[in-house]
Design a binder for this molecule. Structure first.
Ligand code: MG
Length: 281
């Protein structure tokens, strides 16, 4: 893979990504895939999907897990419903995430990603230990499949994330850095955060956002790439400085407006290519 191939977040039958065809039409060579529904995660559909990727000349770089019942409606709802943190659904979701890992293996993909949920900041809290335990179980399962686990950023500050990854003590646990999420959740200035967690960053989202007037209380606003407050040129410059060479995966979650979504992803791809050319020469 050449340095910094453009990528896009895609979905088959679940999640907010674009269809595979959009990547092809826009000439985008890599994708992350939102894991499809359980009924689709069969060896047969993996084979079909793989031959489609081959036909389109697209490379799969990460399979992202997501779960029934998750809602990103507002920040308190995220805290109650997202990831492996909510206690009522934790065991079932761990099991499902293991199945997603197995499906990703069928797709020949060595990275799975997820939003873990809001990890408690008090490292002496029983819940903190429980989240360490469930994360270790997931990492160990992924390890058997020769996979790394990438945690999506946003719900924790950079310092909290470093602490958590260190405490997990697993060598296949890394970060999928999303600069817009830092702004949307109000968890820190994204460039500064990226510099802090740089050594763990193994995949990224290229997404933009504006700060809320009450950061951490209400959502910021997701924006087309280049129109928010991330500073995309500085973002890529910083990725260069931390030695990140992987895909630049565009994420734009407005599936209710597919035409606009496609157009904005096209613009984002162009913008990233221009900045890439300036930085890499
Ligand atoms: Mg993201």
């Amino acid at each position: 893979m050449t340095e910094w191939p453009i990528g896009v977040f895609t979905s088959v039958d679940a999640g907010l990504g674009v269809k595979l065809e959009v990547a092809q039409e826009l000439g985008i060579p890599t994708i992350q895939l939102h894991a499809p529904h359980r009924s689709t995660r069969t060896p047969e559909s993996a084979e079909r999907f793989l031959s489609k990727l081959e036909e389109l000349g697209i490379q799969l770089t990460c399979v992202f897990g997501g779960f029934e019942g998750e809602s990103y409606a507002d920040i308190p709802t995220v805290s109650k419903t997202v990831g492996l943190v909510p206690q009522e659904t934790r065991a079932a979701r761990l099991q499902e995430m293991k199945e997603i890992s197995d499906f990703a293996r069928l797709l020949g993909c060595d990275v799975i990603g997820l939003h873990l949920g809001f990890v408690p900041h008090d490292t002496t809290a029983p819940l903190y230990q429980e989240i360490l335990d469930v994360t270790r179980l997931l990492c160990d399962h992924a390890g058997v499949n020769d996979q790394a686990v990438h945690l999506e950023t946003g719900q924790e500050t950079a310092d909290a994330l470093l602490q958590f990854i260190g405490d997990t003590k697993r060598d296949n646990l890394f970060i999928n850095f999303d600069p817009a999420n830092m702004i949307l959740y109000g968890t820190g200035e994204p460039i500064e955060a990226l510099q802090k967690v740089g050594k763990y960053v193994r995949s990224v989202h290229c997404k933009d956002a504006k700060w809320s007037s009450q950061p951490g209380v209400t959502w910021g606003q997701e924006m087309p790439l280049g129109q928010g407050q991330v500073d995309i040129a500085k973002y890529l410059q910083t990725l260069h400085e931390i030695g990140y060479h992987g895909p630049l995966t565009i994420e734009r979650e407005i599936p209710q407006e597919p035409d606009r979504q496609k157009a904005e992803i096209g613009h984002a791809s162009q913008l990233l290519s221009e900045i890439r050319a300036k930085i890499l020469g």
